[in-house]
Design a binder for this molecule. Structure first.
Ligand code: UN1
Length: 490
């Protein structure tokens, strides 16, 4: 299959004719299709289309914009299974999880389409007689949306839907590793009746990203990806004072206290650490556990991690899929070496899987490091793979201190039966998301999503907070007194 860009309501190839291949990470012999390897010119054409379409889309009443989005949500729900299968093929995660990814896009679309009849502002009394005061949300303009490969439909939906409901137009650049799921989403929007130019999609690599983040007609950039690339995006956007939303790395910790229900904590650590092959920015890549229960927990954690079935996500028996690419797998293997050199113990796993069932994919054993200290790189740096570091602690205070002792601040969690200690942890972990007696993954669409420190730049997506990224406040004063009234003076 040859897939195309979507610019100004037309499906078009890259002007250069160049393409990139999209292959199944569980079986690289499986070619899913080719996608345009777009250039700066292709990206600029998409921006121009979005800029033109903005003039009329912003004037479509928000409830009407939302009607189209509701229709889109229904179409996605009808095609959930097909989209999930295609997503497993291009991204690798198991079917249950890709169904969840599509569901997250459906949920987000329904939830934020509901804002079409709200988009509430404020009214306030004026300090002057016969004067009315209010604030309303106004759209910002063209939004460039740069999305990663780990949630190939959910994350595009987190950005596209709030942008559209607020009256903006968009250019989406999905990861070149998972463009098909983004394309499905965009096609559904077209089918639901989004007018030409309002949504554009350009696939490709850094040349597209560079154009989108430097183009003077782009007003908002929303980026999810690595902290290193997020820094570049931020720098590119600075000269034009673009509004920038960045959602970047994580090094999320599950803290397990000595009174925790260990079986529950165990299930949480397996799901949080090895679900999505550890390729979530919310992944529980650190387990900080009280010394009293450490040995008992670790023994079972190893046993259960060894029993995880790793393989092609289309096989319903499998629990853990491949890494997304050779490069990503090499990164994982590199960190396993680093961990060994740092003196941590490989308690299980530690190797690439190379048997017949795994030979054509990027599979790695679920890996647990024990004897990890907070200063080791495997305890501080984002690995984005099936590798969990277990760190011992002696108290809640120490757990909190280790938990906070990383540059990131996305998600954290605590397992305890003690409500006082749970509340202390809720207060003291400086993260954007926190869980009690649940792992660090599994955020729901109607609450703000994002993190502190090197994870983000102060914005949130999802929830109503996402409207703040894609709209600007305008305060309006209407003086119906018929005379000049001076605020602060008369
Ligand atoms: C991500 O890892 O980039 O909370 C997003 C979660 C999912 C979203 C993760 N709902 O784990």
């Amino acid at each position: 299959m040859t897939y195309l860009n979507y610019i100004d309501g037309q499906w078009v190839p890259a002007q250069s004719g160049r393409t990139i291949e999209n292959r199944n990470p569980a079986n690289t012999a499986d070619l899913i299709g080719t996608f345009p390897d777009s250039s700066a010119d292709d990206a600029a054409r998409a921006v121009a289309a979005a800029r033109r379409a903005f003039d009329s889309w912003r004037l479509v009443p928000a409830p009407k914009r939302a009607e189209i989005l509701f229709k889109a949500a229904q179409i996605i729900a009808d095609r959930k299974e097909t989209f999930a299968r295609d997503m497993t093929r291009e991204m690798g995660k198991v079917l249950d999880e890709t169904r969840g990814d599509v569901q997250e896009a459906i949920d987000m679309t329904y939830f934020l389409a509901g804002e079409g009849r709200r988009l509430h502002g404020q009214t306030a009394p004026s300090e002057l007689r016969d004067k009315f005061a209010m604030s309303i949300r106004q759209p910002v303009g063209v939004c460039a949306l740069i999305t990663p490969w780990n949630f190939p439909m959910a994350i595009p939906s987190w950005k596209i839907i709030p942008a559209l409901v607020c009256g903006n137009t968009v250019v989406l650049k999905p990861s070149e590793l998972t463009p098909l799921s983004a394309l499905h989403f965009v096609k559904v929007l077209e089918e639901a009746g989004v007018p030409p130019g309002v949504v554009n999609m350009v696939t490709g690599g850094p040349a597209v990203g560079e154009t989108l983040t430097t183009h003077p007609d782009v007003s908002v950039v929303s980026f999810t990806g690595s902290t290193a690339v997020g820094k570049l995006v931020n720098q590119n956007c600075a000269p034009h004072f673009k509004k920038v939303h960045l959602e970047m790395g994580g090094k999320n910790a599950i803290m397990i206290l000595d009174d925790a229900v260990l079986e529950l904590a165990l299930e949480g650590c397996l799901w949080g650490g090895f679900g999505t092959t550890g390729q979530r920015c919310t992944a529980a890549s650190r387990v900080i556990i009280h010394e009293k229960v450490h040995d008992r927990f670790v023994e079972q954690f190893i046993e259960r991690a060894k029993a995880l079935r790793v393989g092609d996500g289309l096989d319903p028996q499998m629990q853990v899929g491949p890494s997304i690419s050779e490069k990503q797998l090499e990164k994982v293997m590199g960190y396993v070496e680093i961990g060994k050199q740092e003196g941590a113990t490989v308690a299980c796993g530690g190797r690439r899987l190379t048997g017949a069932a795994h030979a054509n994919g990027f599979f790695h054993e679920p890996t647990i490091f024990t004897g990890v200290t907070r200063s080791m790189r495997i305890a501080r740096e984002e690995i984005f793979g099936p590798v969990v570091s277990v760190i011992k602690c002696a108290s809640l205070d120490e757990a909190v201190s280790i938990g906070n002792d990383v540059v990131y601040g996305l998600s954290a969690s605590i397992y305890t039966q003690d409500i006082n200690r749970a509340f202390q942890a809720m207060r003291d972990l400086y993260t954007g998301i926190f869980y009690v007696n649940a792992p660090t993954i599994g955020a729901e669409v109607h609450l703000p999503f994002g993190g502190t420190k090197a994870t983000g730049n102060g914005h949130r997506e999802a929830g109503l907070a996402s409207l703040d990224v894609f709209s600007e406040w305008k305060s309006i004063y209407v003086d119906f007194s018929g005379k000049l009234q001076r605020a602060q003076i008369d």
